[in-house]
Design a protein around this ligand. Structure first.
Ligand code: C2E
Ligand code: CA
Ligand code: CA
Length: 671
């Protein structure tokens, strides 16, 4: 048992346990000694008692014998006739014999006795006893009739004398013996008491020693341990139920609280998402991020009554559970209040930041939907609010949409396995010469029922899961294979452009993976354009996207800044010398002829590219008029339906042949 206890102990504890064991052993030994001593002393006392009692009995017997001897002596002398005298003498002789033997046993007992007083006393007795015996013998002899000088009255007197003698002597000795025995017993019990006291004192000392050296430290250690254990348990329980950063209830805690509510009671759920939080966290650092989350938590707690529960359910999302009677109008108003409060700019660690919150709302009024379902509904509404901004009330249509998206994700996985995902290629040409400068790979899903699907139908869903990565891999692999094949067949297609999502661009191994894929088919990085949406960048030079794109540019890849003019990071990103080309967004091209202001802006963008000595390519060129105008404005490259629609790899050779022949025939000349 002690051995088993030992297992969880450290060195100090083990030493302590050792001491406790030693002390316990010592106490045990001490108790054993005490018990043995007590047992022996009591045994001794009992023996002495028994022996003294025997001695007392002997003396009493002697007194009785002396009495009867006096009578018997008298009887001898008063005997009538020789026969009677003979009988009386016989009786006296046997009494005498018993007297002698009892006396001698008494003497032996005195000799054996360890007590010197007893010995002295019993040793003194023989003299008196011998006297008594001689006298008795004399009586017996005279009674024989051989001593006629002694008369009966004299004989009676002599017998009386003997009686008195014996009585006096023996009574005195008896009293002495009893007193002595008493004294001896008292002395013995005093001895026993004294040794018991000594042993008790020793045991007490030992216990004090045991207490001070081992038991107390052990108890203190145990107390400390128990305290620490209780604290640790409380900490763990807290950590399980509360968010460490804000001190707010966590998701589990929230769910437990909501489950305890009466399912018929009103319940409103606001799922609050800090939309831009991730970007702030990556650009301004985690410390700012944490402060911001705490600030958001405080703001939320301040905005609602204490009866409402504010929980932090995720890095950047909170849930507000309102268990009072509310209507959709009030919930919307509260949501707007929250969005506005969080949108107030605040200074954190030298940065001026404002939070953009989106809120999904769901409520139970009258119905008996379980709290878990309301939480899920609010979450669905939140996802929708994330796309559209503001606050959105949950509707069943949303759940259907979510279910449809899940279904699509499922189907996409199968599509990948079945090879239904493939790149289409759209040509890009030089605005001045009509020369093919490259193709852009655009993903398509050859859906067995729904036909050819544009990325709009599935890419967003794919990128919200791991499927995005697999689609990107397929696009890269099949695009470089197609390009290598065209080049092997002598087609004048110098480069393929591939679109990458921010998620993929955050992968620090992307550059190496792309180089590997190109190398596999014998191509160079310069033969690939990496198309980066300007929205993929968030401000801050340590953004992983910026780092990856920097590495790609360094490795010789072309970098196209896609959808230029629509995002808000474009100019800022151009500080970096990694971009090779601006892709002016289709929304500008479309309105070139409609709005002079758009034309001016487009011209400015082309101007900017020229100033930076990089190229400008216009996307979505649908008419010859746009083509011509763009060329006049100095735009280097063109891409759009007017030049060529996205097409499967197998159709590119025919398109190139046709394009080249038209170009040779002078049909592809701008201006
Ligand atoms: P984007 O990169 O801006 O691609 C150009 C889009 O404009 C393509 O749409 C293309 O079909 C369309 N387009 C080209 N010329 C014209 C035109 O003259 N008129 C009109 N109306 N449209 C034209 P698509 O293929 O549906 O792609 C949509 C977006 O999906 C792309 O926009 C790109 O951002 C994204 N995307 C496509 N493929 C991939 C991919 O493999 N990976 C990633 N991450 N994104 C992709
Ligand atoms: Ca693109
Ligand atoms: Ca574009």
């Amino acid at each position: 048992m002690v051995g088993r206890l030992d297992m969880g102990l450290n060195g100090e504890d083990r030493r302590l346990w050792g001491r406790v064991r030693m002390a316990m052993l010592a106490t045990l030994l001490m108790c054993g000694a005490l018990f043995a001593a007590g047992y022996l002393s009591l045994g001794q006392m009992a023996t002495e008692h028994r022996e003294s009692a025997e001695d007392v009995a002997r003396m009493e017997r002697l007194r009785l014998l002396a009495d009867s001897m006096a009578d018997e002596a008298a009887a001898v002398h008063s005997a009538r006739g020789p026969a009677q005298a003979f009988l009386a003498r016989e009786t006296l002789t046997s009494t005498l014999a018993e007297f002698a033997s009892t006396a001698s046993r008494l003497l032996q007992s005195g000799e054996r006795s360890g007590d010197p007083a007893v010995r002295v006393m019993l040793r003194a007795s023989p003299t008196h006893l011998a006297d008594a015996l001689i006298e008795a013998h004399a009586l017996a002899v005279t009674a024989n009739g051989r001593s006629p000088g002694i008369e009966r009255p004299a004989a009676r007197r002599a017998a009386k004398k003997l009686q008195r003698l014996v009585r006096r002597r023996i009574d005195g000795a008896l009293e002495d013996l009893i007193a002595l025995t008493k004294r001896r017993v008292e002395a013995r019990s005093r001895d026993v008491q004294a040794s018991a006291k000594t042993i008790a004192v020793l045991a007490l000392l030992l216990f004090i020693l045991l207490w001070r050296l081992s038991l107390r430290p052990l108890l203190e250690t145990m107390e400390k341990r128990t305290g620490a254990l209780i604290q640790a348990k409380a900490d763990v329980e807290r950590a399980l139920l509360f968010d460490g950063l804000t001190g707010l209830p966590n998701r589990r805690n929230l769910v437990e609280r909501l489950e305890r509510l009466d399912p018929a009671s009103p319940l409103g759920i606001l799922h609050i998402d800090l939309a831009g939080f991730h970007a702030i966290n990556t650009t301004l650092g985690w410390e700012t991020g944490e402060r911001l989350v705490r600030y958001a938590a405080d703001t939320l707690v301040d905005l609602v009554p204490r009866t409402d529960v504010v929980a932090r359910v995720n890095t950047d999302s909170f849930v507000l559970a309102i268990s009072r009677e509310t209507d959709p109008e009030q919930l919307h108003e509260l949501a707007v209040e929250i969005i506005e409060a969080l949108a107030q700019p605040i200074a954190i660690l030298g940065h001026n930041v404002a939070l953009e919150a989106v809120i999904g709302i769901a409520a139970r009024r009258g119905g008996r939907e379980p709290a878990a379902k309301l939480l899920a509904n609010a979450d669905i509404a939140r996802a929708r609010a994330r796309e559209e901004g503001g606050s959105i009330y949950f509707s069943t249509a949303m759940r259907e949409r979510l279910a449809a998206r899940r279904q699509t994700a499922q189907e996409l996985l199968q599509a990948i396995v079945r090879g239904e995902i493939e790149p289409y290629f759209q040509p890009q040409i030089d605005a001045a010469t009509g020369e093919i400068t490259g193709v852009e790979a655009l993903v398509r899903w050859k859906h067995p029922q729904r036909g050819l699907l544009n990325p709009h139908f599935f890419l967003d869903i794919a990128e919200k899961s791991q499927i995005g990565r697999r689609i990107s891999d397929i696009m890269v692999r099949r695009s470089v294979e197609a390009l290598a094949e065209w080049q092997a067949n002598g087609l004048p297609v110098p480069r393929v452009g591939i679109n990458f999502s921010a998620q993929i661009l955050r992968d620090p191994e992307l550059c190496d993976r792309l180089k590997f894929d190109l190398d596999r088919v014998g191509l160079e990085p310069a033969q690939m354009s990496v198309e980066v949406l300007e929205t993929a960048f968030v401000q801050g030079d340590d953004d992983p996207v910026i780092i990856t794109v920097g590495a790609l540019a360094e490795a010789g890849f072309h970098i196209d800044l896609d959808d230029f003019g629509t995002g808000h990071a474009s100019l800022s990103y151009l500080r970096h010398q990694t971009v090779s080309r601006l892709k002016i967004d289709r929304s500008f091209v479309r309105e070139l002829h409609l709005r002079p202001r758009i034309r001016k802006m487009t011209a400015a963008m082309i101007q900017l590219a020229q100033t930076l000595e990089i190229e400008a390519l216009a996307e979505g060129v649908e008419t010859e008029a746009e083509w011509r105008l763009l060329h006049e404005m100095g735009c280097n490259g063109l891409q759009g339906f007017a030049i060529g629609k996205p097409m499967p790899a197998a159709e590119i050779p025919a398109w190139v042949a046709e394009h080249e022949s038209r170009r040779a025939g002078g049909q592809i000349v701008a201006a």
